[in-house]
Design a binder for this molecule. Structure first.
Ligand code: ADP
Length: 368
């Protein structure tokens, strides 16, 4: 039989959770709002944090949920609403002043190889001598740490001009931060919209990205509020859409493209990457089997007047190298070269795009 729940039981449970460093529990600290709701075994309440970037937010929410289940009812279905006293400050100035180009890597659907393309493109750009950063913003399955073999890395902070900054992990010449570093990889996390947006903003604005030529963002698949947050937080130079040649994937790629070109979002599409364009057996590198269809991405690119940046073959080694933590673009195999080619095409598309923009006028102040 489940226990009968009532608000005092919930607030008593929350009073067992302490806010680190203050000696006060959540109730004493005034963090529990007076809106505890109970409906059968469903419990909801709000926790108020001082700022949206509170470093303990995630662990406190988790501890509050656990406390309710431990001290009130083990069957309770707990929903914690997170509120903040101060809303997230609007970025008044460019949060990434040292970054020249910000490129979103997006896809209409999951599983088409978006993260594989993002990881290998980052490595290929670094091999070409560019200064590269990669933010893994795929809240549904952050896979970049595994692809770079840095899943067990801890994040550290240091002071830059008196401000605490998160130090990106560096591998194969690429500076990396991932939403995956913020959660325990063994327990699946369902990010609520605002939590995910805040975490991503934090990684962008508090990351010590320094000077970069290319800052790649591995976006979540599909279309979501996260895309909006990213576009609003930083001025994205353009996006690359990854698709397989399958008609279903191309239909979703078309939707993704429509989202970015919507006047409300208005982000330039730099081009399409056709991944798994054909299958090549490793022992027969000259053979091509168009198992998912042939020419679909090229046709879509023509129709929508965007570039087809590259066609990447489906080769077992691409997946194997990702699993091993050494992206295939680190080497000089045929598929490694395909990503170097993609890097050339992308830099060309970005240069063209920057040439088309009105020139910035440098006004020099005359010294009197
Ligand atoms: P997404 O980010 O779109 O969900 P992933 O990059 O995680 O997709 O790729 C999905 C799976 O397909 C992974 O196991 C990856 O290793 C594999 N994969 C992606 N591209 C290729 C490729 N060109 N050749 C072989 N395997 C690939």
């Amino acid at each position: 039989m489940s226990e009968t729940l009532y608000p005092k039981l919930i607030s008593d449970a929350l009073a067992t959770v302490r806010y680190p460093g203050t000696g006060k529990n959540l109730v004493e600290a005034g963090m529990v709002e007076d809106d505890i709701r109970i409906d059968g075994n469903k419990v909801s309440f709000s926790l108020i944090f001082d700022k949206p970037t509170d470093p303990f937010m995630k662990s406190i929410v988790k501890a509050a949920e656990t406390a309710v289940r431990t001290f009130a009812s083990k069957d309770a279905e707990v929903t914690v609403n997170v509120k903040t006293r101060k809303s997230a400050p609007e970025p008044k100035e460019n949060p990434l002043p040292g970054v020249k180009n910000i490129i979103g890597i997006s896809s209409g659907k999951g599983g088409v190889g978006k993260s594989t393309v993002a990881a290998n493109l980052a490595v290929a750009l670094a091999r070409e001598g560019y200064r590269v950063g990669l933010l893994d913003a795929d809240i549904f399955g952050p896979s970049i740490p595994k692809m770079f073999g840095v899943e067990d890395e801890q994040l550290y902070m240091h002071e830059v001009n008196g401000v605490s900054k998160i130090i990106p992990v560096e591998r194969y010449g690429v500076k990396l931060l991932s939403i995956g570093f913020l959660v325990d990889r063994n327990s699946p996390v369902v990010w609520r919209g605002s939590m995910a947006s805040n975490a991503l903003k934090q990684l962008i604005e508090q990351g010590d990205w320094g000077e970069l030529d290319y800052f790649l963002i591995d976006m979540p698949p599909g279309t979501s509020d996260i895309h909006l947050t990213l576009v609003q937080t930083i001025g994205i130079t353009g996006v690359v859409i990854v698709s397989t040649p399958q008609q279903v994937a191309l239909a979703d790629a078309r939707k993704g493209l429509a989202m970015f070109t919507d006047p409300k979002i208005n982000v330039p599409v730099l081009g399409i990457v056709e991944n798994m364009a054909w299958f090549t057996p490793e022992e027969h590198p000259d053979e091509k089997y168009y198992i998912f269809g042939n020419g679909g991405a090229a046709e879509l690119a023509r129709e929508l007047n965007v570039r087809l940046l590259a066609c990447i073959p489906l080769v077992a080694s691409v997946g194997r190298h990702s699993d091993d933590g050494t992206p295939v673009a680190c080497g000089d195999t045929m598929s490694g070269q395909a990503f170097i080619h993609l890097a050339h095409e992308l830099t060309d598309a970005v240069d063209q795009r920057n040439r088309e923009l009105p020139p910035t006028i440098n006004v020099k102040v005359k010294k009197s």
